[in-house]
Design a protein around this ligand. Structure first.
Ligand SMILES: [Fe+2]
Length: 297
């Protein structure tokens, strides 16, 4: 246990004093309206210092911000990439669906392997954090979305700061946190296709504390292709989390990103409603997954 002596340890269940102090600061003037999270910017590739500070301040408070830029349906991937870079987000995860540059274009794709994966359909996606099936050393700590074009209807994202989910569960029952921090509480079975194993089974905790002391969350609300530890406390913890995610809590934000808008986040919890495209409105979002958190948060 080196390097943690004298550190502030709010996520340590044995340290109630640090938790209480952190919790009080966290909830003090915490934004409860999505409008408070939206920051207008003039040039995403070169933020002014006032714009940067407005975006960064929200990220420090809620682990996320929504920017509204003037680029409309400009499909240049340099727009979200250079924006991410200004927040220290540079190490992109090259997942299976990403183009060579690590940027994934999310839109409805017919007839390719991608159509078997819900992100490439117009179906709803349950609550999750990104990359929950990644290796422990390849966890996603930063997540960015950038809207190029919106659907004719639907395609709304719900967003919840994972630190708020932690507070809700710890306040309900600290044993829930203990259960969800267990090293093998959530297992994703292997991904097999046509007899070939694309990914082995992956086990890991839901909540973990990173070396810098920040909280990481790995979660999916899907009920198929997921195995939870069978003990009653874990079951109750997962149920309490799902109840909170399905509630009308004012901590849950909802936003339908419009062209030129995007999300910068520390991989907060999110879902997506189903949507419909038409001839003039084809939803397209860029997704950028990073191994880093937003710098200075
Ligand atoms: Fe996602």
């Amino acid at each position: 246990m080196k390097n943690i002596v004298d550190k502030f340890l709010p996520f340590d269940l044995g340290n109630e004093a640090d938790y209480r102090a952190w919790r009080e600061q966290k909830l003090l003037a915490y934004p409860t309206r999505i409008e408070e999270l939206i920051v207008e910017i003039k040039n995403p590739q070169q933020l002014t210092s006032a714009e940067f500070e407005a975006l960064h301040e929200r990220c420090r408070k809620t682990n996320m911000v929504i920017y509204a830029g003037p680029t409309g349906s400009d499909p240049d991937k340099a727009i979200p990439k250079s924006l991410g870079k200004q927040f220290g987000l540079t190490e992109l995860d090259c997942n299976m669906g990403a183009d060579d540059d690590g940027v994934t274009s999310l839109k409805v794709v017919e007839g390719k392997w991608r159509s078997g994966y819900i992100p490439y359909t117009n179906r709803p996606i349950h609550w999750h954090t990104d990359g929950y099936y990644n290796l422990p050393e390849r966890q996603i700590h930063g997540l960015q979305l950038h809207c190029v074009s919106a659907a004719a209807s639907g395609g709304e994202n719900a967003l919840l700061d994972h630190e708020i989910a932690y507070i809700h569960l710890r306040d309900t029952n600290p044993d829930y946190i203990r259960a969800l921090m267990a090293a093998n509480v959530m297992t994703i079975p292997p991904n097999n296709e046509n007899g070939e194993q694309l990914r082995p089974a992956r086990s890991g905790p839901v909540f973990s504390v990173l070396e810098d002391g920040s909280l990481h969350m790995r979660y999916t609300a899907r009920t198929r292709s997921i195995e939870w530890s069978p003990d009653p406390v874990t079951r109750a913890a997962v149920e309490a989390l799902n109840d909170f995610l399905d509630s009308s809590s004012h901590y849950i934000y909802r936003a339908t990103l419009q062209p030129g808008q995007g999300l910068i986040s520390n991989n907060v919890l999110h879902d997506r409603s189903g949507f419909d495209d038409d001839d003039e409105h084809t939803r397209q979002l860029y997704r950028l997954r990073y191994y880093q958190r937003i710098a200075g948060t």
